[in-house]
Ligand binder design. Structure first.
Ligand code: CAO
Length: 444
């Protein structure tokens, strides 16, 4: 066994520099010029390459130690290596790459290229290894500087990882090998939503703990699923939200007058049940709202059935049960089904088919509060109706020429502008206003 002690080669002005990373382990078989460790001065990082091939038998230094030219760093078993000793250690080529530490506010800001001294390159470096004075030490993409040692840059390059998108967990935010590996794993695990070619810049990875105490809470399965769908729907369908108000004073009087009778039949007669009927009436008048874009993007599939979904808030997140054939059911039956499906949803007993086949969705936040919101279309449906809290407001009566207190229900209709024009959006909510202002019309 021919064991050689490896000393730090002449590294120019790099004296008493700190080892920031050891890139090999005892037992590793390394080739000549493989990086052994990375050292860092206050203005540059540098990889120390192996002068010959061999097997590492001992590592004499650890991360944090300070070294200069001549410091023993490694024992290398060079048995069976033809080139052993054929190349003086002093002539080992050294790849020098400097970095510029990221500015504390550098993210997303168009940072100008820093003017800093060219790295001091040992004179014995072979020309092919001489780094470009700027390009080799700075990853400069999208105005962000990455702080990583040359070996990590090489590693990232091999994996096709963009260092500017990786947050370093090392000292002063330096990117470590583990950061690159974690980033690549994260990228591979991402849903393939990027298939629709949106080309968003990645959101910055922020360590919130640096600002104060934090706690990590896993998202529920429903939240993860609905989140991905909501995101896709929001970006793939051009949304427009039409706001309106419906006078439900008479409807509410009627509903309240029926509460006792409904109660005797075991039904909680809610406003939402009437809204379902009013929506189906409007869908009949405006068939493009009861439609989906065909996959070819060239046709509209008009539906002759009227299945209406309703957003239901559960402890695990949002689900959308669907009431089938609303046109064939009376308000009592709808109210009963609303209650049954909501209960099943909250007990996590809703079957998949109870959430399929919807033509249109109603999202009611009226029981909670708010004046208006922009609901996200439940694609492939083309419209969704949001309901906010009904309030008594002064409304001008043209006949009596006086303000009257009326109960007004805020409507927020989001629609897919690829399918529905703004004029039809306004017509649809006007139709709903008409239906809701005179409950008798729902019978027609
Ligand atoms: N204005 C004023 N009061 C309203 C109202 C409105 N628009 N809508 C409901 N209310 C009242 C009800 O009359 C009821 O009052 P009482 O208890 O005095 O009878 C109370 O608010 C509670 O109603 P509710 O919300 O339990 O019942 P509902 O039939 O109106 O709604 C359901 C059922 C399932 C839609 C609802 O429970 C729910 O989950 N809403 C949240 C939906 C949601 O999260 N949407 C957001 C989706 S986008 O993220």
């Amino acid at each position: 066994m021919t064991t050689k002690e490896i000393l730090v080669p002449d590294i120019g002005s790099f004296k008493d520099v700190e080892i920031i990373e050891i890139l090999i382990q005892v037992g590793d078989k390394i080739a000549a010029d493989d990086s052994i460790m990375t050292v860092e001065s206050d203005k540059a990082a540098m990889d120390i390459p192996a002068p010959f091939a061999g097997t590492v038998t001992e590592i004499k230094r650890k991360v944090g130690d300070r070294i200069s030219a001549g410091t023993p760093i490694l024992m290398l078993d060079c048995s069976g290596q033809p080139a052993v000793g054929s190349r003086p250690q002093e002539s080992a080529s050294t790849v020098v790459k400097s970095f510029v530490p990221p500015s504390p506010t550098g993210e997303g800001v168009n940072v100008p290229l820093p003017s800093h001294p060219a790295p001091e390159v040992p004179t014995h470096i072979a020309p092919k290894h001489r780094p470009d004075p700027v390009a080799a030490h700075v990853e400069f993409v999208s105005g962000k500087l990455a702080h990583a040692s040359p070996s990590i840059r090489r590693f990232a390059r091999e994996l096709g990882a963009d260092l500017t998108r990786i947050r370093g967990s090392g000292p002063r935010g330096r990117i470590l090998k583990a950061d690159v590996q974690a980033w690549v794993k994260g990228e591979l695990a991402k849903p393939t939503g990027e298939a629709i070619g949106l080309g968003f810049p990645a959101a910055p990875v922020i360590d919130f703990a640096q600002f104060g105490e934090v706690e990590s809470l896993a998202l529920s399965r429903i939240k993860k699923l609905s989140g991905a769908n909501l995101h896709r729907n929001w970006v793939s369908a051009p949304h427009v939200t039409q706001f309106d108000e419906a006078d439900i004073t008479d409807l509410e009087d009627f509903r309240k007058s029926m509460l006792e009778e409904a109660g005797k039949r075991g039904v909680k007669l809610t406003l939402l049940a009437f809204l379902m009927k009013a929506v189906v009436n409007a869908l009949r008048h405006y068939p493009s709202f009861n439609a989906s874009l065909a996959a070819d993007g060239e046709n509209l599939v008009l539906k002759k059935y009227f299945h209406v979904g309703f957003a239901c808030d559960t402890p695990d997140g949002l689900v959308v049960p669907v009431i089938r054939d609303v046109n064939k059911k009376d308000v009592m039956e709808i109210a009963r089904e609303l209650a049954e499906l909501s209960e099943l949803a909250r007990e996590r007993k809703l079957k998949i088919d109870a959430m399929q086949g919807g033509c249109f969705t109603i999202s009611s936040l009226g029981g909670i509060g708010g004046t208006a919101f922009t609901p996200i279309i439940n694609c492939p449906e083309v419209a969704i109706l949001g309901l906010s809290r009904a309030e008594i407001k002064p409304v001008w009566n043209k006949v009596t020429k006086a303000f009257e207190p009326r109960q007004m229900l805020p409507l927020s209709l989001s629609y897919d502008h690829r399918v529905i024009d703004g004029a039809d959006g306004a017509r649809f909510t006007s139709h709903l206003r008409l239906m809701l202002s005179d409950v008798r019309r729902l019978l027609l």
